[in-house]
Design a protein around this ligand. Sequence first.
Ligand code: SAM
Length: 315
Amino acid sequence: MQWHKVTVETTTAAVSAVSEILTTAGATGVEVMDAADPTHVEARTPDEVFDWSTIPHRENGAAVTAYYAVTADFSRQLAEIQRRVQALPAAGFTRAAAGPVHTAQIQDEDWSTNWRQYYRPVQVTRWLTVVPAWSEDLPDDDRVQVIRMDPGEAFGTGTHPTTQLSLQLLEILLRPGDDVIDVGTGAGILSIAAKLFGAGDVLATDVDDQALKVARRNIKLNPRASDIRLQPADLLTNVQGTADVIVANILTEVLLPLIPQLPAHLRPHGTVILAGIYRDKIETITKALAAAGMTVTLTLTNTEWYAVAAQQESR
Ligand SMILES: C[S@@+](CC[C@H](N)C(=O)[O-])C[C@H]1O[C@@H](n2cnc3c(N)ncnc32)[C@H](O)[C@@H]1O
């Protein structure tokens, strides 16, 4: 089968945004080469997800690659990718983030399954390990919860710092029986983790139908999370009801319009967990939370990324 290979030259800060653009345009997965990734020498820890020695290390900037089936629709998909990449500087990224978009037509060389050999289980929090769906390699400690995921299908299989920060805050803050809304669920990992941590009702939403399909598949891989509800939704618009915990790992540009919607969906003493915040955006998010009557109670960082937990100020 023939595929279009699309590579966007960009910067470390914009990798997540570019990955989202390529995924939203219909890619089933993205490959990231980033100079900020640890080299294989720095990365030799028991938690490694990749065999780094097999992956070349990039010297500058970053590149995100995705593959699209050869269809009549491709020129429209490519135009949309180029339009959205060019809009990155206006969304607050540096001009360098909107680098050239390269395309090539390639023969299927099993790229869609080749990456599987690089994946290993990864311990994402103290009590949570993400295990690829096909792996028999389970943690030795039976107190550690296991999430089964099919990586490479949608953003959020546990390896990105923003997902790990969200999982860590859920592990710290979620109380048994808490009802949860997961805004922008992607591959469903935060909702599944919430269930394993003892959540009550969990509603997972996403604006992208493809993400919801992937989330549905991953939920099926985790029987203890089988009653997660899925709903297509743009942020909290048309989402009914309230929750004890609302979690969202999305870029700041998307979190900002979400924040004013939160109080109407958050129970008294409820907690909001926001991740996907690049370090130069943390002040903007804190101010927006304050304007919506919420105070940051806990902040975690991982590389350049921040995640915050916030609660409503008592009235
Ligand atoms: C960075 S991914 C996070 C995925 C997963 N929650 C995680 O933590 O790994 C962001 C997700 O938000 C979704 N998203 C983007 N804009 C949205 C919106 N306006 N409303 C709902 N979901 C949105 C994207 O489709 C994507 O699946």
